[in-house]
Design a binder for this molecule. Structure first.
Ligand code: ACO
Length: 349
């Protein structure tokens, strides 16, 4: 059975840099608070009308495809991870297929938030191993800046997130010991609501209120989006930050060790850990716990904030561009986020 290698990688971040000080225009916060609690100094926001989750993905994908020595016509499957799609439906996969002028290939959308890219990579890995596809484009892209509460009410969430995209082309290899060694996917929905965007959705929490009992079908239709949702800020992401933090610092080391143990390896064998850029404090905690040195962990949350499904491929791309990952190096990708879902992928570059 062949294993899968990353044959090309690309990233794109919008030109518009938004500093912590810029955010103080909209909400009560400070550069000091944000840097101390998260490590973030600045993030990028997409151009309001010219850039979307899909257009950023296209830019990252063009680079990945070119670096793989391919053309768009060679791509035979798309896996697209995002929590901020252009439309509620259809997903971004088909929009990417259209925008890049690809053949009528399959396009799959992954809704796994921060672990979305690692899940997407694992899916692509299975298709490569079975021989079903030869050149799979795996994308993580987010345009958070369009869906955040920029008032003081939403500051615990809004200061964290940024926009951007990353993409890889996955291909089979027969080279012994190279490529993705294993992937590990987990979820626990017990705390689904502590990091979530509830609306629009079909959860019908409104129906618990008696006043809606007599509503007819037409009125029910309007419940999908209501003025009250907007007035009560229920259309923005909600996060119990401290609770997420506590679980993240347990699950990150667990899923990294699971990948290493499965392959009979130790943290010392790692050339590079690429953690999802959730919070610099989380990455530092994981580094300490696994006794990794600074050179073994890549962080760029300082420049880009948390770009959710895009954060792992953006960090991987930068580390590779800087020459910090070379052929034969052991690289671990790990992510944790909303769901909760968490995942890792161990590969020999
Ligand atoms: N600026 C200033 N003050 C703030 C801000 C802000 N941006 N945000 C919150 N505060 C205040 C709070 O109101 C609170 O004030 P109070 O003590 O007067 O009530 C105080 O700061 C402390 O708030 P906490 O929420 O307890 O702050 P904490 O130290 O936990 O940091 C943070 C918040 C950064 C969100 C942290 O909890 C975190 O990083 N959690 C994990 C986030 C994460 O990993 N998410 C997963 C990925 S996202 C995804 O999957 C979509």
């Amino acid at each position: 059975m062949p294993s899968s290698v990353i044959a090309g990688i690309g990233m794109y971040v919008p030109a518009n840099v938004v500093t912590n000080n810029d955010l103080t225009r909209y909400m009560e916060t400070s550069d000091e608070w944000i840097q101390e609690r998260t490590g973030i100094k600045e993030r990028r926001y997409a151009h309001r009308t010219q850039e979307t989750t899909t257009t950023m993905a296209v830019e990252a994908s063009k680079i990945a495809i070119e670096r793989a020595g391919l053309t768009v016509q060679d791509i035979d499957f798309i896996v697209f991870a995002t929590l901020s799609p252009d439309y509620y439906f259809p997903g971004c996969g088909v929009l990417l297929q259209r925008a890049m002028g690809m053949r009528q290939i399959g396009a799959l959308d992954v809704r796994n938030q921060c672990s979305g890219f690692v899940y997407a990579l694992s899916i692509a890995d299975q298709f490569i191993k079975t021989g079903m596809y030869k050149n799979i484009l795996v994308v993580g892209s987010e345009k958070h800046s369009f869906g955040l509460d920029f008032s003081t009410r939403g500051r615990n969430v809004s200061v964290i997130f940024g926009d951007g995209a990353g993409a890889v082309v996955l291909q089979p290899t027969e080279e012994d010991g190279r490529g993705i060694l294993s992937t590990h996917l987990h979820s626990d929905g017990a705390d689904a609501e502590i990091l979530a965007m509830y609306n629009p959705g079909t959860h019908a929490n409104h129906w618990k209120e008696e006043k809606y009992a007599s509503f007819d079908e037409a009125e029910i239709g309007q419940m999908f989006f209501s003025h009250a949702m907007i007035d009560d800020a229920q259309v923005f992401p909600f996060m119990d930050g401290p609770a997420v933090f506590k679980t993240a610092v347990v699950k990150f080391p667990e899923v990294i060790m699971e990948a290493l143990n499965t392959n009979g390896l130790t943290p010392q064998d790692l050339k590079m850990l690429i953690p999802h850029q959730a919070n610099l404090r989380i990455s530092q905690f994981v580094q300490q716990k696994l006794k990794l040195c600074d050179d073994q962990v890549y962080n760029n949350i300082q420049q880009y904030g948390n770009t959710t499904a895009a954060s792992v491929p953006i960090a991987l791309c930068e580390a590779w561009e800087q020459g910090r990952i070379q052929k034969g190096d052991l690289v671990c990708l790990a992510a944790f986020g909303s769901g909760f879902t968490w995942a890792s992928a161990l590969m020999r570059w």
